[in-house]
Design a protein around this ligand. Structure first.
Ligand code: NAP
Length: 557
């Protein structure tokens, strides 16, 4: 049977991209199905929970749909919105497609109808009536409309998950097995992939919520029967559904296959990260068979270790690396150490790594692309080599994580670094750590000292680097440096703001007006992504693509 009986040229895709539509009116649902077809979906699911009072209209919906469809009338007791009579619901499904006379109005049948396992198990009437046709006494065959038996848990992974699956597999009328549950962590996705790999029957195994995104995007990699998408943000029918546009464009659905390599950004929170947009666009431009996902992991090391460890160890997942951000930069170093992997030496003295590479042989490498990115952003702006930084005077404002990488990087190349920070003790501790030591030996290590923040105006440095969040969105009217009081600033001064949102901070705007050379945090972001990209793909990063993606995302706010 084909999904699309009306189109002989139509070839059934391996994993159907399915847009789920909550039906309010006939015209709204038909328009949504037409948009789903335009957006590149293969199937639509009509959720008729609120539209189940008139079978003729449901049949009309099936007949006029731009795409083959699944009909689902989800009752409230399974997380849906239908609260009517159960017998009426079953009669409707039988009439629409799952009975012998289904699609009785003479038109198309739905390609599939979804019925909950619990309803199927508890009703002998239902088991007799739907999904199977009696051709001759004693001879049954499935109806043309395929029966999806489904089971959902919106709170957690059900303890009897595998019993539920076995029951579906054993049901003769069940064409497709569907299980969906709320992911407790990223690890639950791995169980969904296992279920898909068992292949007793075509299967749908999805994890709900932010942690379940991988099961939705990688459904195609593991040969799921389908994945669900929302037509627009906010119109999803289950927690964590990406939009069809995100699946198609951001996560490159059409390119995903069994060998696709998986990468991600590990953080908490991580939903705001620009890295998925940047790296996926980069993979696309470079023709790299990879997909890059947000990977939220709670802050504690035990979570990091268990989750990242299980992703690294899962054969066939091809998890090959991650960008690692707050609060996991220290955890990454500990994890790679625990596993006997390699840690870039400067990254150890910085105490933070931002990149994990899982090599094809399973060995691990942790490194830090932030300091190299800061160096390259400044050197490119003034057209010098890193070696030319020797003897330059650099003022770093802030003494947190970003400042640490910046101080280590510039001191490694022989610059003299002065750290200005609100909390003087932190500036002093940072200076003590990198003053002529703990840096790359090649250039001997520049002098690193701490100074009082209120002395910044008297600074005789030629490069100023903001490593505080002052001026970052939404506090865009703030500035860490009173530019009007910086009497020495002019064309020889370089002002670098590590903040990238907004692209031009108040500090950079005022520094530009004072004639200084300005460097945006976007450059640092682009360069740190470039180093990661090279390590993972051995392809030159498409920097203009990175910049364009960032500019577009930042323009949206
Ligand atoms: P962090 O570890 O929290 O450190 C923040 C630093 O800023 C601390 O030294 C803190 O001073 C200082 N600070 C914060 N608020 C202040 C205020 N109101 N007045 C004076 N000082 C203040 O943060 P981080 O990880 O280093 O990140 C800092 C910034 O770097 C971020 O906002 C981000 O925009 C930027 N960044 C950019 C990139 C990139 O790729 N472009 C990468 C990483 C970071 P105390 O020590 O006194 O608390």
């Amino acid at each position: 049977m084909s999904d699309r009986a009306t189109s002989p040229a139509y070839t059934v895709p391996v994993t159907r991209l399915t847009v789920s539509i909550l039906v309010h009116t006939l015209e709204q649902a038909l328009a949504a199905a037409a948009r789903a077809a335009e957006a590149g979906a293969d199937l639509v699911e009509f959720r008729i929970d609120l539209f189940a009072d008139n079978a003729a209209r449901v049949i009309e919906l099936v007949n006029r749909s731009a795409l083959p469809c699944i009909i689902t009338c989800r009752p409230t007791w399974e997380g849906g919105q239908y609260d009517g009579d159960e017998q009426a619901r079953i009669s409707l499904l039988e009439h629409v497609g799952l009975g012998e006379t289904g699609g009785a109005s003479g038109g198309r049948r739905p390609a599939y109808i979804d019925v909950e396992l619990a309803a199927y198990q508890s009703s002998a009437n239902l088991r007799q009536k739907i999904g199977l046709v009696v051709d001759h006494p004693g001879q049954v065959r499935p109806t043309d409309t395929g029966l999806i038996l489904s089971s959902h848990d919106f709170k957690t992974r059900p303890a009897d998950l595998y019993q539920r699956i076995e029951a579906m597999v054993a049901a003769p009328a069940c064409r497709i097995v569907k299980v969906a549950w709320k992911a407790r962590s990223l690890r639950d996705n791995l169980e969904a992939f296992d279920i898909l790999r068992q292949k007793h029957k075509p299967a749908i195994a999805l994890c709900m919520g932010e942690e379940g995104l991988a099961s939705r995007v990688l459904a195609k990699k593991f040969g799921a029967f389908l994945t669900f998408a929302a037509l627009d943000a906010g119109s999803g029918t289950a927690p964590g559904q990406p939009t069809v546009d995100q699946l198609k464009r951001l996560y490159r659905w059409d390119r995903i296959g069994p060998a696709t390599r998986v990468y991600g950004v590990i953080g908490h929170p991580v939903g705001h990260s620009m890295s998925p947009a940047v790296h996926n666009a980069g993979f696309d431009a470079a023709g790299h068979d990879g997909v890059y996902l947000p990977m939220p992991i709670p802050p504690e090391y035990e979570h990091f270790k268990a989750t990242v460890g299980s992703w690294v160890d899962t054969e066939g997942l091809h998890f090959r690396g991650a960008s690692v951000t707050i609060p996991h930069k220290e955890n990454l170093i500990r994890f790679v150490k625990d596993r006997g992997g390699m840690i870039e030496p400067l990254c150890e003295s910085i105490g933070a790594a931002n990149t994990l590479h899982v090599r094809d042989d399973g060995s691990l490498l942790a490194f830090n692309t932030d300091f190299a990115a800061a160096l390259d952003a400044v050197c490119d702006a003034i057209r010098i080599n890193r070696g030319d930084l020797r003897g330059k005077r650099v003022a770093v404002i802030g003494a947190g994580g970003a400042a640490r990488a910046v101080v280590a990087g510039f001191a490694s190349y022989g610059a003299t670094v002065v750290i200005y920070n609100r909390t003087m003790e932190k500036a002093q501790a940072l200076a003590a750590q990198f003053d002529g030591k703990n840096v790359r030996a090649a250039f001997g290590g520049g002098k690193v000292v701490a100074a009082r923040l209120d002395k910044l105006c008297d600074s005789c440095c030629e490069i100023f680097i903001n490593c505080t969040p002052i001026g970052m969105y939404p506090n865009i009217n703030e500035t860490p440096i009173p530019v009007t009081e910086m009497k020495s600033w002019g064309p020889e001064t370089v002002v670098f703001d590590t903040i990238y949102n907004p692209i031009e901070t108040r500090l950079l705007r005022e520094a530009k007006a004072a004639g200084c050379v300005t460097v945006s945090g976007v450059d640092m972001f682009v360069y740190q992504a470039k180093e990661q990209f090279w390590e993972w793909t051995h392809a030159e990063a498409p920097l203009e693509v990175f910049r364009a993606v960032l500019a577009k995302k930042l323009a949206r706010g």
